[in-house]
Design a protein around this ligand. Structure first.
Ligand SMILES: Nc1ncnc2c1ncn2[C@@H]1O[C@H](COP(=O)(O)OP(=O)(O)OP(=O)(O)O)[C@@H](O)[C@H]1O
Ligand SMILES: [Mg+2]
Length: 299
């Protein structure tokens, strides 16, 4: 479902992700742990197009979803559409690309900008600019709800804006999801009146409202008071049991052991260990993982 190929991210001199290659299959629940600053959040943000990789690619369901400069979106769509038109007239893809270049069919796209678009075409990877926003849900540590919108508006904004659902369909789905988590009576309130646990559960169903194929969670319980952690983990567990594909960064080791189909240890910009939870926790191989586990698992 997700193919990460030699994904590299640098901030100046600092290499945060160092040629990470990883495959995540449909239905997997991948839990990522690792030291602070190890690149876990950066990895999730690259999966979700919120960050531009320095090098490498993320392929989701056969489509390239690596960050694309928003200023190039129109150009990419134009190149892609022109290419498809020529192919419909019987040209092979390579010939269509050559014709676009030779006859300068897209004047605006000459030079550097055209090269970017061209790269995507040559790779025969379908360009779908909304794929990440539609199919990959994200849940953040600090909820990131829109505080100036009601709960119902938070839940319906993206599906309606991206034309995935009509307003009526989006409201019907939001209503169903609110009933599911027992918060239907909160539909018209603003997020500031909710507890942390309620906010996070709303954030989770906001991701679900898009009918995503995978949900990424970045420390979903780290900002919560201890008594609210359980209700959020319970909801995530339910989704896991229903078959949702998930990538979860968390420090909740008991939860990880229970829910994960696979554990990843990310440190120093690399995936240092990848193993099923029993093996990962009981027989860690990498010395840094052994040290990490001895620090985080107290008893
Ligand atoms: N926009 C940025 N500009 C410069 N450096 C950044 C930026 N974002 C992250 N970094 C650096 O990249 C490294 C990895 O950060 P990241 O947030 O991915 O780590 P993390 O594993 O999620 O850590 P934590 O467990 O504390 O959340 C850190 O050293 C961080 O300071
Ligand atoms: Mg982080």
């Amino acid at each position: 479902m997700i193919d990460v190929i030699k994904l590299t991210k640098r901030y100046g001199e600092l290499t945060v992700l160092d040629e990470i290659t990883e495959h995540i299959s449909a239905g997997e629940k991948v839990v990522i742990v690792g030291p602070s600053g190890g690149g876990k959040s950066t990895f999730l943000r690259c999966l979700n197009c919120m960050e531009e990789p320095t090098a490498g690619e993320v392929i989701f369901d056969g489509k390239l979803v690596s960050y694309i400069d928003p200023y190039l979106h129109d150009d990419l769509i134009a190149v892609s559409a022109t290419c498809k038109k020529l192919m419909a007239q019987g040209l092979k893809k390579e010939d269509a690309i050559e014709k676009i270049k030779a006859e300068k069919l897209l004047r605006k796209n000459e030079g550097g900008e055209f090269k970017t678009a061209h790269k995507h075409l040559e790779k025969e990877i379908c360009i779908d600019l909304n794929v990440a926003r539609r199919d990959i849900g994200m849940v953040f540590q600090h909820f990131n709800l829109f505080n100036n919108l009601t709960v119902m508006e938070n839940l319906t904004l993206a599906p309606v804006h991206l034309k995935i659902k009509t307003k009526e369909e989006a409201e019907a789905k939001a209503t169903e999801l609110l009933h599911r988590i027992g918060l239907y009576d909160k539909k018209d309130v603003y997020p500031s009146t909710l507890s942390g646990g309620q906010k996070q559960r709303i954030a989770i169903i906001r991701a679900l409202a898009m009918d995503p194929k995978v949900i990424l969670f970045d420390e979903p319980t780290s900002a919560l008071d201890p008594e609210m952690v359980g209700e959020v983990l319970e909801l995530i567990k339910q989704l896991a049991n229903e078959g949702m594909t998930m990538v979860i960064v968390t420090h909740e080791m008991g939860f990880a052991r229970e829910v994960a189909t696979r554990m990843l240890f990310v440190a120093g910009g690399k995936i240092q260990e990848s193993a099923p939870p029993a093996e990962f926790f009981d027989h860690p191989k990498h010395p840094r993982l052994q040290e990490f586990l001895s620090k985080v698992i107290k008893n």
